[in-house]
Write a protein that binds this ligand. Structure first.
Ligand SMILES: [Zn+2]
Length: 464
């Protein structure tokens, strides 16, 4: 399959260069148009908009809702490049029927923070060393995840044996509220926790003893976050003062980090925008849910491998609102996106959209609430093509899966899927570990992810 795929870790400079190169490439078969930005972030960074084609049916690709999900931004720009060049099956792109709209970077602030921090560590690495570095990160991330999962399962098992089943998730949250900043968890930490806060029972000692042996074969569990520690030596100096927007950004980060509430390494994995708002969570439904949780729990930490990061304040992972004591407000980025969708809907030009996130190897399809049997034709064709490409390129039967429904609206993606037809959310890479895990296996993960998703688009375009 003949596509131009560039393996590089994007950052501010590289993204600007990539976009300019695409815009001005003399070899383009289909013209790329740069429009006025759909909006501006609170630090005044533009949210850029490009398009290819001049048909009435608009297909919207956007990425970078979570600033740390760099493969999404990477994919959308590689797609733009290959479509413009008419590569692979795009040579037959029916540009009189479709317009593909590209919003490569919805959350410029989170993306620039993450990639400035990453570049400060990776800029001297050649492709091979970069791949090794990303793989090392991927493995550390997976290990950090697994250790916490095992402890959580152990706590669940203790609850089960003590007949406190219905609240085991609450018990887990409570445990990490006390122990979030520990580097070692011992048998005695678990014992004290259960005795003091949950249940004091003569059997608890024996139960925890047995489960510690079963899960860890050890009395002490190392829970140091290796995937974070890789970036322990960075500082806010990674953000250069190249213009006014950058200075505003840096000043806002100084405020966010001033009381050392978050590990400095979170700069390299920054989900939120500079207001500390998670753009996917920034919707009225999740705001209500989170507000109720806050009233109950007061202080909330992220889950799993990131359970040392506070999220009940404006943070690198982000809250649903800039201030949970104030009424709900969409952030600039989301306001711009929702307006953009609505304008096409109003003029009857909206056709399909892809909200590109980074890890999972999933396509979230309509609908949200009902009809578990529902799988749209487009979604099925999309997934089938992905799996065919994996088979052809790697001789592997994986696969991408369709997530047909969820119980409630929690993200902006759900909100779009509820309101607009053919609105999909893509979790691109089968390999996890934001931000750089997906780059840890260039051939067997990175390239096949990019190519399969391009092929899947060209496949579904044939149907209309
Ligand atoms: Zn995401």
């Amino acid at each position: 399959m003949d596509y131009n795929i560039k393996y590089e870790l994007l950052n501010y400079d590289k993204l600007m260069k990539r976009l300019n190169d695409i815009l001005n490439n003399k070899k383009n078969i289909f013209q790329v148009i740069k429009h006025k930005p759909i909006g501006f972030s609170s630090c005044n960074f533009p949210i850029d908009h490009y398009s290819i084609g001049h048909g009435k049916k608009h297909i919207i690709y956007f990425a970078g809702c979570h600033g740390n999900e760099i493969i999404g931004v990477d994919f959308v720009t590689q797609l733009m490049n290959n479509l413009a060049l008419g590569k692979g099956n795009f040579q037959n792109f029916p540009d009189n029927i479709y317009t593909v709209d590209f919003i490569p970077l919805l959350n410029p602030e989170g993306f620039y923070i993450t990639t400035y921090a990453l570049s400060s560590v990776t800029s001297n690495l050649n492709d091979q060393k970069l791949e090794e570095f990303c793989e090392r990160y991927f493995l550390a991330y997976k290990k950090d995840d697994q250790v916490i999962k095992n402890i959580n399962n152990l706590i669940k098992d203790v609850c089960k044996k003590m007949n406190i089943i219905n609240i085991s998730d609450e018990v887990i949250n409570k445990f990490w509220l006390y122990y979030h900043d520990y580097e070692i968890i011992t048998k005695y930490n678990l014992l004290n926790f259960f005795k003091l806060y949950i249940i004091d029972n003569e059997n608890i000692n024996k139960i925890i003893d047995e489960l510690m042996t079963l899960y860890f074969n050890n009395d002490r569990i190392n829970i140091i976050k290796e995937h974070q520690n890789i970036f322990n030596n960075i500082s806010l100096d990674v953000i250069p003062n190249i213009d006014n927007n950058h200075q505003i950004l840096k000043n806002k980060l100084k405020v966010m980090y001033q009381n050392n509430l978050f590990p400095i390494s979170t700069l390299a994995n920054f989900y939120a925008n500079s207001n500390g708002v998670n753009l996917n969570d920034n919707n009225p439904y999740y705001y209500d849910y989170f507000k109720k949780r806050l009233i109950r729990e007061k202080e909330i930490y992220a889950k799993g491998r990131e359970n040392n990061i506070l999220i009940s304040l404006p943070s690198p992972i982000g809250m649903p609102n800039y201030d949970m004591n104030k009424p709900f407000k969409y952030e600039n980025e989301n306001k711009a996106l929702l307006n953009f969708f609505q304008n096409y809907q109003n003029s009857d030009e909206y056709f399909m959209s892809f909200n590109c996130h980074s890890t999972g190897g999933l396509l979230y399809a309509k609908p949200i609430y009902n009809d578990s049997m529902f799988k749209s034709k487009i979604a099925t064709e999309y997934i089938n093509k992905i799996n065919e490409v994996y088979k052809n390129m790697l001789n592997q039967d994986i696969t991408y899966e369709i997530m047909p429904k969820g119980k409630m609206i929690t993200g902006i993606g759900d909100l779009l899927r509820e309101k607009y037809r053919n609105a999909y959310l893509l979790e691109l890479s089968k390999m996890g570990g934001n931000p750089i895990g997906p780059y840890g296996d260039r051939k067997n993960n990175y390239e096949v992810t990019i190519i399969a998703n391009m092929e899947a688009l060209s496949n579904i375009l044939r149907f209309f």
